[in-house]
Design a protein around this ligand. Structure first.
Ligand SMILES: Nc1nc2c(ncn2[C@@H]2O[C@H](COP(=O)(O)OP(=O)(O)OP(=O)(O)O)[C@@H](O)[C@H]2O)c(=O)[nH]1
Ligand SMILES: [K+]
Ligand SMILES: [Mg+2]
Length: 421
C-alpha cells in the first residue's frame, strides 16, 4: 500500500457488476468500457470517494469474466476504507497473478504469452523489454503453431494409411511425406534450442567473471566498470577472497559481473585456497571471462567453455608494447574506451535473438526434439505406431503453449507475479 494520485482497483468475477452498482449508490451502471464519473458510497450510504469507474462485461475483458475498475484517489485512508467494504459485498483479495491466471483459463492468452508478461514485468533493459514483448504479443505461439503444422502434415498421411491399409505405396508415402515433415520440424526445434540459451541469458543476465592472478588489478577493473569502490583494492596479493558480484548494463544487456580471488597454486592459506576454488567455478560457469594479467606477464590459464576477452592490465607500467593483448590501464585511462567497446561487442556476441527464454520452455522443446529424433532414427514402417508417436509430440507442444498442463506448473509461474496483475 502506498500513496499515489490515483489508485486503480480491479474486480473480476460474476458479482463485479452488482458490487459496482452497490458502490454507486443506485446510480445506473455505466456503459461498457466507458470511463464514467461516480461518487462511491458505503453500504450505509456515507460518501467514500469520487472517481472514474469502468464496467467491462465478460467475455470481452482481460480475464474473460465481468470486470470493474475503480480509479479512486490514492490516499491511504481510501485504500484502508475500501477493502472491508468490498469484502462485505462478496469480494476477496486476489492472489498474485490471479487476474492473469483467470485470463489464461478463459483462453485470453497462451502460457507462452503469460511468461512473456512475467518477463516484461521483470524487464530492466530495452533488449529485455523487446524480447518479452515478442513473446507477449504471440510470436512464441505462432512459432509453435508452425511446428504443429508439420505434425499435422505427417498425421494426415499416417491416418489415411491407417484408414486405407490396402494401399501398396504406404511405405513410399511415408518416406516422401512424413519423413520430410519430421526432418523439417527437427531442424526448427534444434534452432530454437540453440537460441534458447541466448534468450535465457538475455532475460536473466549475462554472467561475466574477471579472472587472473593475484594483484592483476581485477578489483580495480570492477570498480572502474561500476564507477564506484565496490571491491577492496590493495597492493597485497590475495586481497579478494570471496566473489564480489554486481549488476551493470552493457550494450542494453543486463550483466552480472563477478570479481574473483586471484588464482595461484602456491598458497598455504586455507581461506585463500577456498577463494581460488570459487574463482575456478566462476570461470567454468560464466558466459564470458575477462582474463587478465599485468602487461608482459603470461595470460592466466583458464578452464572454461566461456568466451574469453583477453586483457593486459597496468599498461602504464611500461611493458605494454611487448604484449599482444589489449593493454589497458585503469590508473592512466589508457585504452579504456577500446576496452569498453571490446567488452560490449563480446556481450552482444552472446546473442539474445531467441524467443524461448524460460527453462520450462527449453525442456519441452528439447523433449519434442528428442522424440522426433528417435522416430527418425527408427525405420518408419508401422503407420499406427508412428501416428501414436506423432500425437505424443503434439501433446508436448501443447504443453508449451499451455493448452494442456498441470496445475503445479501454473502455480509456479503465477506465484512469481505481483498481486493485482
Ligand atoms: N600501475 C597500476 N597499478 C594498478 C592498476 N590497476 C590496479 N593497480 C594496482 O595493483 C594493485 C592490485 O590491485 P587490485 O585491484 O587489488 O588487484 P586484484 O587483481 O583484485 O588483486 P587480488 O584481489 O589480490 O587478486 C593495487 O595496488 C592497485 O592500485 C593500473 O592500471 N596501473
Ligand atoms: K590485491
Ligand atoms: Mg581483488
Amino acid at each position: 500500500m502506498g500513496k499515489a494520485g490515483i489508485a486503480v482497483w480491479r474486480l473480476s468475477g460474476p458479482a463485479s457488476g452488482e458490487i459496482l452498482d452497490r458502490l454507486s449508490g443506485g446510480r445506473p451502471r455505466p456503459q461498457a468500457r466507458r470511463a464514467t464519473h461516480r461518487y462511491l458510497v458505503t453500504p450505509e450510504g456515507a460518501l467514500l470517494d469520487d472517481g472514474l469507474v469502468l464496467w467491462f462485461p465478460g467475455p470481452a475483458s482481460a480475464t474473460g469474466e465481468d470486470m470493474v475498475e475503480l480509479h479512486l484517489h490514492g490516499s491511504l485512508a481510501v485504500a484502508r476504507a475500501l477493502p472491508p467494504i468490498l469484502s462485505n459485498l462478496g469480494a476477496r483479495a486476489a492472489m498474485p497473478g490471479e487476474f492473469t491466471l483467470r485470463g489464461f483459463h478463459h483462453g485470453k492468452m497462451s502460457l507462452l504469452a503469460v511468461e512473456g508478461l512475467a518477463a516484461l514485468l521483470d524487464s530492466e533493459t530495452e533488449a529485455q523489454r523487446r524480447q518479452a514483448m515478442r513473446t507477449l504479443s504471440g510470436e512464441g505461439s505462432a512459432q509453435v503453431a508452425r511446428w504443429r503444422a508439420h505434425l499435422l502434415r505427417a498425421r494426415a498421411v499416417l491416418e489415411s494409411a491407417i484408414d486405407f491399409p490396402d494401399e501398396e505405396d504406404i511405405p513410399a508415402q511415408i518416406a516422401e511425406e512424413v519423413r520430410p515433415a519430421l526432418v523439417a520440424l527437427y531442424g526448427e526445434l534444434q534452432t530454437a534450442l540453440a537460441e534458447a540459451k541466448d534468450a535465457r541469458r538475455l532475460r536473466e543476465g549475462i554472467e561475466v567473471a574477471i579472472i587472473g592472478p593475484p594483484n592483476a588489478g581485477k578489483s580495480t577493473l570492477l570498480n572502474a566498470l561500476l564507477k564506484e569502490d565496490r571491491a577492496l583494492v590493495s597492493s597485497l596479493p590475495g586481497t579478494t577472497r570471496d566473489i564480489v558480484s554486481a549488476r551493470l548494463e552493457i550494450g542494453g544487456r543486463v550483466v552480472e559481473i563477478l570479481d574473483t580471488a586471484g588464482i595461484r597454486e602456491a598458497t598455504t592459506d586455507d581461506i585463500e585456497r577456498a577463494g581460488v576454488e570459487r574463482s575456478r567455478d566462476a570461470a567454468a560457469r560464466a558466459d564470458l571471462v575477462i582474463a587478465c594479467s599485468p602487461a608482459g606477464a603470461p595470460p592466466p590459464a583458464i578452464d572454461t567453455d566461456a568466451q574469453i576477452l583477453a586483457v593486459a592490465t597496468k599498461a602504464d607500467e611500461g611493458r605494454a608494447a611487448s604484449d599482444p593483448r589489449l593493454a589497458i590501464s585503469v590508473h592512466s585511462g589508457a585504452n579504456w574506451d577500446r576496452f569498453l567497446t571490446a567488452f560490449t561487442e563480446a556481450v552482444l556476441a552472446l546473442g539474445g535473438g531467441g524467443l524461448f527464454a524460460y527453462e520450462r520452455q527449453r525442456l519441452l522443446i528439447g523433449e519434442a526434439a528428442t522424440a522426433v529424433e528417435r522416430i527418425l532414427a527408427a525405420d518408419l514402417a508401422d503407420p499406427e505406431l508412428l501416428a501414436e508417436q506423432v500425437r505424443a509430440i503434439g501433446h508436448t507442444l501443447d504443453a508449451l503453449t499451455g493448452k494442456i498442463g498441470t496445475e503445479d506448473i501454473l502455480g509456479e509461474i503465477f506465484s512469481a507475479f505481483c498481486i493485482g496483475k
